[in-house]
Design a protein. Structure first.
Length: 238
């Protein structure tokens, strides 16, 4: 069985207007040792037509109902053959030289490779794999590659419909997994991803993740910060 260096995974649901650019960014990048996996959540807007248009470039695709985007990602992980896993939103684009630049360096024994992303509105997100994860998710999903061994015996927790990647990243940090930072943009991301939707669900899930992952003292401190962020959000100050 062929084992590509990277499995690039695109979960999608009713995003026909964006998906073509995402796929084109994968195809047109400098790096070639990859497979492309697309998991569609039973789209009804013509997304399937776009997938079929690129079928000869896609290693695996399937259209089936999902609980949420993380359920789709878990399905893709189960089908993946790559040493590394990269998750690309259907409204995101990989920067042309990202993987070529990363894998020209030594990444041996590394579990997480992370960097930065830039949103279409030019807002920047710089990744941090540090105690900042006690406060919030400081690793952007499109600014991270996970070695497949990170998923041995676990998946994204689909009970966290908007922050399962935060839960996953916090686990890796608490387990002292080896990570490498690259100070450049991995991808250009849409402005309206689920992590940008800062309503009650977001803060409730952040609170629950901290409650389940942190020790009692840490939870008192950092759980309180989450509640404070929610209150500031409610009055328009965050």
């Amino acid at each position: 069985m062929q084992h590509p260096k990277i499995s690039i995974i695109i979960p999608v649901l009713n995003q026909k207007q964006f998906l073509q650019k995402a796929i084109e960014s994968v195809i047109n990048q400098d790096f070639t040792d990859y497979e492309l996996i697309i998991i569609d959540g039973k789209s009804e807007d013509g997304t399937i037509d776009v997938i079929k248009q690129y079928e000869n470039k896609i290693s695996y695709w399937k259209s089936t109902e999902d609980r949420n985007v993380y359920d789709a990602m878990n399905k893709a992980v189960a089908q993946s053959n790559g040493d590394w896993l990269y998750f690309l939103g259907a409204d995101d684009e990989i920067c042309k030289t990202t993987f070529q630049n990363i894998f020209s360096q030594n990444t041996e024994d590394t579990n997480l490779i992370f960097g930065n992303i830039i949103y279409q509105n030019k807002e920047e997100f710089k990744g941090e794999f540090s105690n900042k994860l006690f406060i919030k998710n400081s690793i952007h999903h499109q600014g991270a590659l996970y070695h497949k061994r990170c998923f041995y015996g676990r998946n994204f927790n689909c009970n966290y419909s908007v922050l399962a990647d935060y839960d996953f990243n916090l686990q890796l940090f608490l387990e002292n997994k080896k990570a490498i930072y690259f100070d450049f943009d991995f991808a250009i991301c849409g402005n309206d991803g689920i992590s940008k939707q800062k309503g009650w669900t977001h803060y409730k899930q952040e609170f629950d993740i901290k409650k389940n992952r942190l020790n009692a003292v840490q939870f008192v401190v950092y759980g309180s910060i989450t509640l404070g962020k929610f209150l500031l959000n409610q009055i328009g100050l965050l």
